[in-house]
Design a protein around this ligand. Sequence first.
Ligand code: GLY
Ligand code: MN
Ligand code: MN
Length: 474
Amino acid sequence: MSRPPEAAGDGSSPFPPEVFRRRRERVRKELDGGALLLPGADVLHRSRDTQFPFRPDSELFYLTGCAEPRVVALLRDAHEEEGLTLFVPRRDPETELWSGPRLGPEEARERFAAEASYPLDELEERLPDLLKPASRIFFRLGAHPRVEPLVIRALAHARGRGARKGEGPRSVWDPGTILDELRLRKEPEEVERIRRAAGITVEAFREAMGAAGPGEGEWAVEAALEAGFRRRGARGPAFPTIVGSGPNACVLHYEDNARRMEEGDLVLLDGGAEVGLYAGDVTRTFPVAGGFDTAQRAVYEVVREAHEAALAAVRPGATTAQVHRAAVQALTRGLVDLEVLSGDVDALVEEQAYKPFFPHQTSHWLGLDVHDVGDYAVAGTARVLEPGMVLTVEPGLYFRSSSVDGSPDSSASPAALPDSPGPFRGIGVRLEDDVLVTKSGAENLTAALPVDAEEMVELVGVAPGEGSLRTEAW
Ligand code: GLY
Ligand code: MN
Ligand code: MN
């Protein structure tokens, strides 16, 4: 049978079935007469007859533990005897010959403690009856092209019937209104999983940093990082690894990793392991060899201070806006010291003068998804941090040059991106850690990886186990 995602050899223990049952009971209480219809992920087509590696749907996994493709879960409210109904593709020897064993409806029902299960091909026929008693449907519109027409039909049916009987679903709500709030507060089992992802990420970073060197490809650092993830049993990267050397460090989501590093470059490495479906997310910026030059070191220290100030602001009762404020305050002060900005620091913060150099937020939630679910403001007010929430802290400064890819063709630069001040042009620095809010403050889950400039330089000097092969880019 297909393995649960926990069986990947990453050292994390599987979640016991009670974890999923407990979550479902909480959701069922909140459905308030409604029904939640949750289609899982499909296998995605890559090219011709090739598919992307399957990645289970986070919400389906969160509620059921199911990591199979194309499963549809229906969860009905606490008054219904059949709480969880699963629709599962039938077993098929021909498909299983190529893709390996699948669960099928019967075994899925047992494995995931569902009250009922049916073949997926019966969904259309059964759905109207199953949804009949529901006052509303929790379903994400626009996200599930195969299932959405069935929901629309069930609603149309209910509209006619409802007019006669005065019952049935009349509205569609986003499942996130319930699930996001639950996923935002991590349970102890989830914290352990994220801790494991963070730990593997840190260990692999040490190896990857040693793979950098003048003349080496950015891809060699990417390969070392992801090999480090896989060797430790992680599923792989939780998001595309960013290895931005030289001016590429200023491209926030640079994923090409196709440039050869040069003497004197900084390298921005942003990556995270996915362990049992939970993500780590770390960034370090370091010199490709030797040390920082004066301008690089000055920028680095500003970001390091902002990182420290933002980390210190994470505690229960604080808000993500306050964490961001601590970062931008320190970054703005630093930009004034660097003579990039001039004026009163508070006034500059107020007018967001730092934005051309720090265009992103300081934090995002971290969990089953790298940019995990959960609103950052509630009813127009910044979200208050609570124990069990996990967020990144990732201030940065980016001094874009007009030729980001290092080519001399400055006409490629969009007019909206002006050149940065001379001494810092082309420098990009970000530092990112993963932080758990605790009862008494915060725990930096990735603190084992240094941010101190000297310690970073030492890490780069350590060659990775295999030695670094010089390879050609495609
Ligand atoms: N790697 C994406 C991020 O740090 O948010
Ligand atoms: Mn991040
Ligand atoms: Mn990141």
